[in-house]
Design a protein around this ligand. Structure first.
Ligand code: BES
Ligand code: ZN
Length: 596
């Protein structure tokens, strides 16, 4: 296996048997301090290097004795390697005392005013892909897995990766019995409480919000778990909870084991954005149990997860629905490759090259998700659904609690489908795994999408002729939010320079009462259309919106659209809300807008 280019640690020279994290949240100084302890064996080098990023290192001990260490100078995205001299030995316990700094990229500290309740501060982490090293010194590669004990001292309720063991006198302890990679370590603390959403699940949120969060998820969570269990094998993590974060959480969801972190933009009141939960839950198998060995093989995490997510939804709502979701994904893939421009050659192959210190956050796109899941769907069709469905549990059993790369995946296909070698030999592996651009398009069942396309055609014609007599709320009366999304995506492709363009968009918004939607996916599409059509009022509304949500999926395109329309408005809006965003989001928007 090729080494992980995104770590500076000497992870190939040692085995990590167990890790203990003992952290105190210092709310006054917005820092975390404490220690990490690694039980090491198979030590094959006198010098050991760990990843760190913007950490203060206080003391390093090996088997209880202080040892010499050196924090080397920083390489941009990958951080500062911590070099440690070990005594002659093959195993022992390494203990490092450290504290975080105000440049920590994994943590966001919110002031009471930035929370719903306004009473208590709030802290949350986001470690994927390589921010764990700014939280604690570690072998920050998905290739290294360890069981964890986590102790957190906080004056507020606290959740973390793993099963809660006890919470007394402000000391919260968690145990993760299944070996996991560092990027899955997560903590959050603040005025949070929980309600049940299923027999093995609770939802956590601020007290004012927790009831609406419960409503949003209580119908589907357990159904998703049971459906996934039928496709792969029983859920091994025991409990599955969801934490709904404050609005600056930069992702839709993050699959932290036992406690998925989710954006509050999922709380639409209509239970229509739960596919994100199906996705994060599916990571319990793809990603958390079976893990990509480096971020170059990220598709093994995300492509498999999107594939499973749609199988879960297909099992519950029918194959047509699975294809409907896939169509949306395909549209996003087309968009994303188009918007890459010159970097498509580098970042649109399924397996990417991250050597030379490339920041994996910069390589992030829809490609591993959609090209990856399209590839798996292609294999399903090619090999036959029945035998493919037996391969799924085989693959996840074979690699559980391990990490693998794409070559190992292909080898496993050949191992399982020994009697179909000739079929596998017919796969154009180079095209699927190495070529940039779009892969071959699958045959999607378009029956649900068809109505959306038809309506889009009608609007495109109307924008030409100026005849809007067909337009009525009844056009979309019993549509789901996702149908509206497909309609909007199709229309965005069709509208450009029509004579009655802005009148068409304005009429559409009014007739379909888009302004009042609480569904963020619909909202984002509407703004895109309205800004393209140059409707000034909607540009201001978009600016207001992206000042209140920190989910990068909406914030980044939002700023790009605004900037195209009015660069000053985009930059001014960003400056005004800068401190609200998560560090990662802030950095990405600054790159997107080309500002320092
Ligand atoms: N693991 C990802 C989030 C992530 C990816 C964080 C890379 C940091 C680096 C998570 O599972 C995810 O993909 N979330 C999506 C939602 C999903 C339904 C596609 C998101 O955040 O939008
Ligand atoms: Zn994912």
């Amino acid at each position: 296996m090729k080494p992980d280019p995104s770590t500076l640690s000497t992870y190939t020279k040692v085995a990590v048997k167990a890790t203990k994290l003992d952290l105190t949240i210092d709310w006054t100084n917005s820092t975390l301090f404490g220690s990490v302890q690694f039980r090491l064996s198979e030590i094959r080098s006198r010098q050991l290097t760990l990843d760190t990023s913007w950490l203060n290192i206080r003391k390093v001990k090996f088997d209880g004795n202080a040892v010499k260490f050196d924090l080397l100078s920083r390489t941009k995205a990958l951080g500062s390697p911590l070099q440690i001299d070990l005594p002659e030995c093959t195993q022992g316990t390494l203990n490092i005392e450290f504290s975080t700094t105000d440049r920590c990229t994994a943590l966001q500290w919110l002031k009471p005013g930035q929370t719903t309740g306004k009473k208590a501060p709030y802290l949350f982490s986001q470690c994927q892909p390589i921010h764990a090293r700014s939280l604690f010194p570690c072998f920050d590669t998905p290739c290294v897995k360890s069981v964890f004990d986590i102790v957190i001292r906080s004056k507020y309720p606290t959740v973390a990766t793993g099963i809660p063991v006890s919470s007394e006198d402000g000391i919260y302890t968690f145990r993760q019995d299944i070996a996991i990679s560092s990027y899955l370590i997560a903590i959050a603390s603040g005025d949070i409480t929980s309600l049940p959403i299923g027999p093995r699940s609770r939802v956590w949120a601020e007290p004012q919000d927790v009831k609406s969060c419960q409503y949003e998820f209580e119908n589907d969570t357990e159904k998703f778990i049971q459906s996934a269990e039928k496709i792969v094998f029983p859920y091994e993590w025991k409990s599955y909870d969801i934490l709904v974060l404050p609005p600056s959480f930069p992702f839709g969801g993050m699959e932290n084991p036992n406690i998925t972190f989710a954006t509050p933009t999922l709380i639409s009141g209509d239970r229509q954005l739960v596919d994100v939960i199906a996705h994060e839950l599916a990571h319990s198998w793809s990603g958390n149990l079976v893990t990509n060995s480096s971020w170059e093989h990220f598709w093994l995490n995300e492509g498999w997860t999107v594939y499973l997510e749609r199988r879960i939804l297909g099992a519950l709502h029918g194959e047509k629905y699975r294809d409907f979701e896939s169509i949306i994904g395909w549209q996003e893939l087309e968009e994303s490759i188009k918007s890459m421009g010159d970097s498509a050659a580098r970042f649109s192959p399924l397996v990417v090259d991250l050597s030379g210190g490339v920041d994996p956050d910069d390589a992030f796109s829809t490609v591993p998700y959609e090209k990856g899941s399209t590839f798996l769907r292609y294999l399903e069709t090619l090999l036959g659904r029945e035998s493919w469905d037996k391969f799924i549990p085989f693959y996840f059993q074979k690699f559980k609690q391990q990490s693998l790369d794409t070559d190992m995946f292909v080898e496993t296909l050949y191992e399982f489908f020994r009697d179909k070698k000739h079929v596998l030999d017919g796969v154009d592996w180079k095209l699927w795994l190495e070529a940039p651009g779009l892969p071959p398009k699958p045959d999607f069942d378009e029956s649900i999408a068809k109505h959306c396309y038809d309506l889009s055609d009608q609007w495109a014609t109307a924008a030409e002729t100026g005849d809007f007599s067909f337009a009525a709320k009844s056009n979309v009366e019993d549509w789901t939010a996702l149908q509206l999304v497909v309609f909007f995506d199709a229309l965005a492709l069709q509208l450009s320079t029509q004579k009655h363009l802005s009148e068409a968009v304005m009429t559409l918004g009014k007739v379909y009462e888009i302004a009042s939607t609480r569904n963020c996916e619909v909202k984002a599409r509407w703004f895109k259309l309205a800004v393209t059509a140059g409707i000034r009022e909607e540009c201001y509304r978009l600016a207001d919106w992206i000042g209140t949500v920190g989910r990068m999926k909406f914030v980044r395109p939002g700023y790009r659209q605004l900037a195209k329309y009015d660069r000053k408005l985009a930059v001014d809006t960003f400056r005004k809300h800068e401190s609200f965003y998560h560090t990662i989001c802030r950095a990405m928007v600054m790159k997107d807008l080309n500002i320092e």
